[in-house]
Design a protein around this ligand. Structure first.
Ligand SMILES: [Fe+2]
Ligand SMILES: [Fe+2]
Length: 365
């Protein structure tokens, strides 16, 4: 039996944070929509060991449709298709474990930010809601870690994900915590969970993502409903600072150099399995046009343009000034064709937020 100790090798050095704690002596409802969301969250609690069937082995064949998260669908190259079945499974499960590990570590960050929000937000209803979210995030950490261990092993956090969690935990401004976590990180997560849930055919993973995505749609609703109430109370300077915080957070997550860091980690995993990565890339190069054509058939806006920026607009955090910065960096990363030639075109292409996020996230398209 392992010995209990205060310090374990898996612990990170402590991170100094600057959170301010607020007592609120009025316990009556002040923000009705948040009070309702809190009740809804309490009613929707679920239990991993009771509500999910963990005894099912992972279905290898059905797992194959799970998106691996790479920019181009490598699994559709002739190189990949010619691999022995066992090697293809090794690649799939390890790459998926890498992607899910980053979801898992993100969930731990969300757990800690939600707990900070209980202390830092100034309204009772918002503290109550953050308490239910803390419980939700603990469950998400639990289910993702359990699933990853069935699949492979937990991989270390990718540096860009760690950076954004640190910044959100460290700020002393509760509104920045709300915008960084509830709008940017959760917005991206919601988009990725939705896509993975739609595409995967692995029954246990699909069930997990159904429960998790339902919770996440409430977390996003909390961010939207609370931030949109708060923004009109801010000075111009405060609003500008908050807009810039959101911009930096989104930039950290999808910047091309950071995408490169993610790709390097994935390549290391492939090398572990004995894949000749140079040969795989040569094959991607040869088949690039075909892969892009296939992708374009189902091409959609990415998570930032398709979801995070529309959320910021809804909350009153998308001035023309910050929209121009968003357009510049998205165009540099994704190209004008997808993003729009200028900021007017960019704004015109921004979709409306779904009317019912919970239905959208669990919907078919
Ligand atoms: Fe979560
Ligand atoms: Fe969440």
């Amino acid at each position: 039996m392992s010995e209990f100790t205060l310090n374990t090798p898996t612990q990170e050095p402590e991170l100094d944070t600057a959170m301010k704690v607020v007592f609120q002596w009025n316990y009556d409802p002040e923000v009705d929509e948040l009070r309702r969301l809190y009740v809804k969250a309490a009613e929707a609690q679920w239990i991993s060991s009771r509500d999910l069937d963990w005894d099912r082995p992972i279905d290898h064949a059905k797992f194959a449709a799970t998106p691996l998260g790479s920019a181009l669908p490598v699994e559709q190259t002739s190189f990949w298709k010619a691999l022995p079945e066992e090697t293809a499974w090794e690649l799939t499960r390890r790459t998926a474990a890498f992607r899910l590990s980053n979801f898992l570590h993100g969930e731990q960050g969300a757990l800690m930010v939600a707990a900070q929000l209980v202390n830092a937000v100034p309204h009772t209803d918002a503290k109550f809601y953050a308490a239910t979210q803390t419980m939700d995030e603990a469950r998400h950490v639990e289910v993702f870690s359990k699933y990853i261990q069935k699949l492979d092993m937990v991989r270390p956090i990718a540096p860009p994900v760690k950076r954004i969690l640190d910044v959100t935990l460290q700020t002393d401004d509760w509104l920045k915590k709300l915008v960084g976590m509830q709008i940017v990180v959760e917005g991206l997560a919601l988009y990725s969970f939705r896509q993975m849930r739609q595409l995967t055919e692995e029954p246990l993973l699909k069930d997990i993502l159904t429960y998790v995505a339902r919770d996440e749609s409430r977390h996003h609703a909390y961010g939207v409903q609370y931030v949109e109430r708060c923004v009109p109370c801010l000075s111009d300077a405060q609003r500008t600072e908050l807009e810039d915080f959101a911009l930096e957070a989104a930039r950290t997550l999808i910047d091309e150099r950071n995408q490169q860091t993610l790709l390097t980690s994935v390549m290391q995993i492939w090398t572990e399995v004995g894949i000749d990565v140079a040969e795989l890339f040569a094959c991607i190069d040869r088949e690039r046009d075909d892969l892009i054509k296939r992708m374009e058939n189902g091409r959609r806006l990415g998570p930032v343009q398709g979801f995070v920026i529309p959320t910021l607009r809804r909350c009153g955090l998308l001035s023309e000034r910050v929209a121009t910065h968003f357009h510049d960096f998205l165009r540099a990363n994704l190209g004008a064709q997808l993003v729009g030639a200028d900021v007017e075109e960019f704004m015109e292409r921004l979709p409306e937020l779904p009317h019912d996020t919970a239905a959208w996230v669990l919907g078919a398209n």
